[in-house]
Design a protein around this ligand. Structure first.
Ligand code: ASP
Length: 329
């Protein structure tokens, strides 16, 4: 039987009602007690890393999780991380960059309803995640939720209430899990050994273009951020009004040695700056990186990871443009 480490970090799955609203409070050991069937799937060792609503999870917690996984990697065959759903896609992407080429599965899961509730998705998701982590073919960082396995760089929370909260964006699901049976859709050879990183820089800002956007915000961003992700229109357009203020402000930002990444606010099929004049000009003159079909969660965390390794803009661009875990196709 496989040895799986269950790392609990909070979220709705572990929440209980309180006078201030639902709050994480159920421990990793208690989570396990709700799923006695787990004993038929694998040997589980339960650990509590922290117990937070995932709105409060960011770089320090990602580094804590990645550090734990690195320190204990040899002791287990796979890992399951229970986590709040609200930022699970960010955490899955962050872990995909902090732990690359992992031959062992690192499976994230959570639920829309707490595990103590009668009509909950928590027990199924936890059992499916343990099953997926104990499967010989699983590897790398994935999310298992509502019977689907999604690669960690491609997940997005799409629904706030329904059990099918997560989708795989512009990439197929890796597998479905039906009545305890894993049906794989995509199988890849296992990498030889993992590469761990322990640094991230969170000075990354996301700016969503709106009609009428001017450039004044970039003066603030230049002083406070190392990278800005611009969520452009359509294929990646930004407003190029007569006064040129936005374009000029972005140019000053780029010339100050900062990174600009273009993505689109359209949910599917990605950006392509090579098509329209409003895109061609920014790509050629602003040294903008194109994110193509990457999710915003993957773009932000990949920049945080790359900026954690180097402050040299050229090296950041190179790290960003190297595909990791199917983030760039
Ligand atoms: N607010 C919760 C969290 O992300 C929501 C959930 O887990 O579903 O921690």
């Amino acid at each position: 039987m496989k040895n799986i480490c269950l790392l609990a970090t909070g979220g709705t799955i572990a929440s209980k009602p309180s006078v201030q609203g639902l709050t994480p409070g159920i421990t990793s050991q208690e989570l396990l007690e709700y799923v006695p069937e787990a004993a038929e799937i694998c040997n589980v060792h339960a650990e509590q890393l922290f117990n937070l609503d995932s709105s409060n999870v960011h770089v320090p917690q990602w580094l804590e999780i990645a550090g734990y996984l690195e320190d204990h990697y040899e002791e287990y065959d796979g890992f399951v991380i229970t986590h709040g759903t609200d930022t699970m896609a960010y955490s899955a992407a962050a872990l995909s960059y902090l732990i690359q080429y992992s031959p062992k599965p690192i499976v994230m899961t959570g639920s829309q309803k707490s595990i103590y509730e009668r009509d909950t998705d928590a027990r199924r998701n936890l059992l499916d995640a343990l099953r997926y982590a104990a499967d010989d073919h699983s590897q790398g960082v994935d999310i298992v939720f509502d019977g689907k396995a999604i690669i960690g760089t491609r997940a997005r929370k799409m629904r706030t209430r329904s059990f099918n909260a997560f989708s795989s964006i512009d990439y197929p699901e890796l597998a479905v899990i039906q009545e305890g049976r894993i049906i794989p859709y995509i199988e890849a050879p296992k990498p030889a050994s993992p590469v761990f990183y322990r640094e991230m820089d969170d000075r990354v800002f996301v700016l969503r273009m709106v009609p009428g956007q001017d450039g004044s915000v970039f003066d603030y961003l230049t002083a406070h951020y190392d990278a800005v992700v611009v969520e452009g229109f359509g294929m990646g357009g930004i407003p190029l009004y007569e006064d040129g203020s936005l374009f000029e402000a972005m140019k000053r930002f780029s010339q100050a040695g900062h990174i600009l990444v273009m993505t689109t606010q359209v949910p599917h099929e990605g950006s392509d700056l090579g098509i329209y004049q409003v895109g061609v000009k920014v790509k050629s003159e602003l040294q903008m990186i194109e994110a193509h079909t990457m999710t915003i969660e993957a773009i932000v965390t990949k920049l945080m990871w790359a900026l954690g390794q180097t402050k040299d803009p050229e090296r950041v661009r190179r790290l960003f443009c190297r595909p990791v875990a199917k983030d760039l196709l």
